[in-house]
Design a protein around this ligand. Sequence first.
Ligand SMILES: CC(=O)N[C@H]1[C@@H](OP(=O)(O)O)O[C@H](CO)[C@@H](O)[C@@H]1O
Ligand SMILES: [Mg+2]
Length: 560
Amino acid sequence: MKEEQRSLLLSSSSCFSPPQGVRLSYGTAGFRADATLLQSTVYRIGILAALRALKMESSVTGIMITASHNKVTDNGVKVADPSGGMLSQDWEPFADALANAPTPQHLLQLITEFVKKEKIPLEGVRPATVLLGRDTRPSGESLLEAAKQGISSILGVAAVDMGIVTTPQLHWMVLARNKGLKAHELDYFEQLSSSFRCLIDLIPSEGRMSERDLKLVVDGANGVGGEKLEVLKTMLDNLFIEVRNSGKDEGVLNEGVGADFVQKEKVVPHGFGSQDIGLRCASLDGDADRLVYFCVPPSKGCSNIELVDGDKMLSLFAIFVKEQLHTLSKEIGENTGSNYQPRLGVVQTAYANGASTNFLKKLQLEVIFTPTGVKYLHEKAAEFDIGIYFEANGHGTILFSESFLCWLEARHEELSSASKGSEQETAALRLLAVSKLINQAVGDALSGLLLVEAILQHMGWSIHTWSELYQDLPSRQLKVKVVDRTAVVTANAERIVVRPPGIQEAINTETAKYPQGRSFIRPSGTEDVIRVYAEASTQEAADSLANSVAILVDKFLGSG
Ligand SMILES: CC(=O)N[C@H]1[C@@H](OP(=O)(O)O)O[C@H](CO)[C@@H](O)[C@@H]1O
Ligand SMILES: [Mg+2]
């Protein structure tokens, strides 16, 4: 490393001391903490994102400053890889080491060794760019400045501020830039609205819905997603969106609102109630990468909801995609079509409701399980021609492989010259539109919402018809604070515990007492707790199983 680069790093890092007595970890979805602790971490992640951009041939990476559904005083930082996905997992230990380096000298040494090991071309050999985005948190502005300082302390790397954006917009922009495509916010909105229009135009005319059914009320979590949806909705025909909790009024980010609140508490978010009985409603999280739907049923008292979660979105998408693939494979007259059988797979975690897994298996879909965290689900989904993944909490997307899209484009060309307007050609067009509508970089509440809306209109389904695809098993989630959560080691996509010894057997004994019982525990990657999940045939049984397992956690691990 040249002297100029060394002294630049030493001088800039001396302005950012790490917080005393705190150990930071990259975790399930980047660093998250009280915003006041993060200046030095974000500065250092600026360095990391710059190095990552230099290392890769597609030389644009991204940094998103957000703490998603956490409280407004928290903040966080995550890196978008050149693929638009999450930071490659083999760089996470470097991120941890950087964040915790005690002095500028330690930091410089770490960087020098890493650059050598990874053979990163420094000194402006290759141009590189880091795109920066932040959510609406007040602490975002100064943290963004810290990230810029980190990026500009690596010679030859430029920082480009994309302003206040959703997490998925930032990831989308990174991917688009690396593909040489237009990557501004307006391009994102245009791609979403035009592919939505395309799907609507392809709906058979008998399936059209009434005006009332085209209304959707969205809870924006008082965050960035609400703001963006206000813009996007003006570009849409055939869908009437009312945004509440858009962040313009009094409400506080994520406080009694948002997808995480709605999914965990199963009650209406602030601003919703009896006036919404019978309407289709949806909720975004604080950085708009999660989405859940719900409706307010007439009978149960107006704070209760009927929740339509990530598992049901996965099921809806799977049904639609499968139907299009089926149509596409049908023979046309003399034309025997193509022998190519694309592989469609779905990816879930242990939190997926057992009823959803059964439903998907009945559809004869290949269902794969991974540990919690979209980085794991995304990786698995990318192994299919079409891979659909969702966490139960509403984070997911559909990935189309490059080779499948090439085949589909070619097949569409063929069909449009041989049998234009045939159901096969229409199915190919629909799949192409879905691949443009649904974010190929990460789970995206806004693009997911438009796909749900397009499919419901296509099927002519109400939210109830959708919700009744299967009946969720009652479930309960609890958190237990323990002395050391790393003492819990899991296996088999977190569905069993291998350490401490004996606890899995004890969980099995409890679970066996309940019809359709299932329970597991795992250490959270974003909070200092052990999470307990239980499901069973009734709510009382699920609650009781979760409580018994929480007591076991306490017994085996000691309360913290
Ligand atoms: C049960 C649950 O909802 N876990 C969430 C939560 O992770 P934990 O590792 O469980 O804290 O935050 C992650 C990041 O947003 C998200 O991917 C995940 O699904
Ligand atoms: Mg989020």
